[in-house]
Design a protein around this ligand. Structure first.
Ligand SMILES: Cc1cc2nc3c(=O)[nH]c(=O)nc-3n(C[C@H](O)[C@H](O)[C@H](O)COP(=O)(O)OP(=O)(O)OC[C@H]3O[C@@H](n4cnc5c(N)ncnc54)[C@H](O)[C@@H]3O)c2cc1C
Length: 494
């Protein structure tokens, strides 16, 4: 891993001006703040256009796949949706082989991903066109970073905490770089530097301080939508028990409104391990002690996760994680903005992790950035405006899923926007879709495609879906029917 020392780069007065009018950027140096999944994806697409891409992170990078304090979510199971997987494999062609070599689990059909909805198990059958791999977030991040660290135009800077943006005192219309505080030793002195760049990409995640930095430059406030979902997670790694069928790769149990806000998942990852994550919303906190963890699993809307783990051998401690909110920062609404600055990934929108959307949204945004960079010359509208419009479009679909589902819980509030119109009707319709889908593989596959972001939500409202309803005599499959009491035998577990 290359670790550059932050230095003051080119004189700002030498940097060609860029304007919000759409004048093309100089493509000398891009700076990415944050080396999480979205920072790595951004660095990959920027490396096609910039002479130099610096990726700064306040953490030290582990020499082998492992956890970092700046990305504590890696202790929790991460599912990469098929659309995100396709983009990652396109941008990093060596990734599949590397992950497979490191023991990532391989699934050939969606049927190997068990998905238990409030109405029961979805009978998924569809072939996945890209063979899906299951792995830990730590392994994925390590390989992406390792691949990029060999790229001649990409350089990583560890222990570099970005504390603000750089602009001229008399002209804040252009961001010219970042202020970096390098961590000293345990009690050692801090070392403040400036780094100049032509484009700054904020990929610093949920805790991004971009709004404050923009305020410091005289911009904002940035509109925000906030869901007060009060989420809590606890996770543990288990040895995959012997006797589990080969085709068992993952299991997701959704919550069941209005009485059971518990969710649970098992994902097979590298080293023949299971990553087990239990979650709770509506203010309920998942316990991190041994007995509490198992009791929580037992009280899930479906018994299968508990049955699978109760006699499995744990190989890690239980790790907890909590957040009061999910947030969407509407940078696309800003009436004025400085040039030379964009945001990606969780810095734009942090979702309820239960829908596994974050990495896929970041991947789609990276492609949007690539398109904007490729089409920059001669455009009326600036790169920053065009990119943020596209980034928001990507978020809006995923955010709609989060909003519709999270607002089922009475304690959850949406601030900064009105809930989607016709929310009650939409929910009743989704309940109806699920009531039929648990008996209808074709509809189950369609629902899964929407949740995996490979089909738009509108595809659930097509005449084809209405025909499935008719075919299954919906009058007799009431949406209020109680969930099927699937035994874990049904999932191929013993
Ligand atoms: C519990 C949990 C479970 C999840 N499960 C899934 C899942 O199943 N599927 C899925 O797709 N997504 C999931 N996500 C979301 C997913 O982790 C993120 O969406 C995805 O990793 C993209 O995050 P990011 O790169 O934008 O930010 P992060 O991963 O948060 O990375 C931000 C990086 O910026 C660095 N940084 C922060 N501030 C500074 C600074 N000032 N200066 C320098 N560096 C800085 C941090 O050290 C960190 O490395 C989950 C999230 C959580 C919390």
């Amino acid at each position: 891993m290359t670790r550059a020392t932050p230095t003051t780069a080119s004189n700002p007065s030498e940097t060609p001006m860029t304007g919000t009018s759409g004048a093309p950027h100089s493509r000398t140096r891009a700076i990415v703040v944050g080396a999480g999944i979205s920072g790595l994806l951004a660095a990959r697409v920027l490396s096609e256009q910039f002479t130099e891409v610096l990726v700064l992170d306040r953490d030290r990078f582990p020499a082998t796949p492992g956890h970092r304090s700046g990305a504590p979510q890696s202790h929790h199971a991460h599912a990469l949706l098929p659309r995100g997987a396709k983009i990652l494999h396109e941008l990093f062609p060596e990734l599949r082989e590397r992950l497979a070599r490191d023991g990532a689990a391989h699934a050939t059909t969606i049927a190997q991903a068990r998905f238990v909805t409030p109405k029961g198990l979805l009978p998924l059958t569809q072939q996945i066109d890209v063979g899906a791999l299951f792995f830990s977030r730590a392994l994925l991040e390590w390989h992406l970073r390792d691949i990029l660290s060999r790229h001649p135009r990409v350089e990583f800077v560890a222990s570099a905490n970005v504390v603000g943006l750089l602009a001229r005192e008399d002209d804040t219309s252009q961001v010219r770089g970042v202020r970096v505080r390098r961590r000293g030793g345990a009690a050692g002195p801090h070392d403040d530097r400036t780094l100049f760049g032509d484009l700054i990409v904020d990929a610093s995640g949920r805790q991004s301080r971009l709004q404050t930095w923009l305020t410091d430059l005289g911009y904002g406030p940035v509109d925000e939508e906030i869901l007060t979902s009060e989420l809590s997670y606890a996770s543990r790694i288990y040895q995959r028990p012997g006797g589990v069928p080969e085709d068992f790769k993952s299991l997701v149990v959704q919550s069941r409104a209005p009485d059971n806000p518990r969710v649970g998942s098992i994902i097979e990852i590298e080293n023949d391990h299971w990553h087990v994550t239990l979650g709770g919303g509506n203010g309920q906190r998942v316990p991190t002690d041994e007995d509490g963890f198992l009791s929580w699993a037992q009280a899930l809307p479906d018994p299968s996760v508990h049955q699978a783990i109760r006699s499995a051998r744990p190989v890690s401690p239980i790790r907890g994680w909590r957040t009061p909110t999910s947030r969407w920062r509407h940078f696309e609404h800003m009436p004025r903005r400085p040039s030379g600055l964009i945001a990606i990934g969780d810095a734009v929108c942090s979702f309820n992790p239960v829908y596994a959307q974050g990495m896929t949204v970041a991947a789609i945004q990276a492609l949007a950035l690539r398109d904007c960079l490729r089409q920059e010359s001669g455009r009326e509208t600036s790169l920053e405006v065009r990119y943020h419009r596209l980034a928001a479009r990507v978020v809006s679909t995923a955010w709609m899923v989060t909003t519709i589902e999270d607002l089922r819980w009475p304690a959850v509030r949406l601030h900064g926007a009105e809930p989607p119109r016709g929310l009650g009707t939409i929910r009743r319709y989704i309940d109806l879709v699920l009531s039929v889908a648990v008996h209808d593989s074709a509809l189950a596959n369609r629902y899964f495609q929407v949740m995996s972001m490979t089909s738009p939500p509108t595809s659930l409202f097509s005449p084809w879906v209405l025909a499935r309803f008719a075919r299954h005599a919906v009058c007799r499959i009431s949406p209020s029917r109680s969930p099927s009491q699937n035994s874990s035998l049904k999932y191929g577990l013993r």
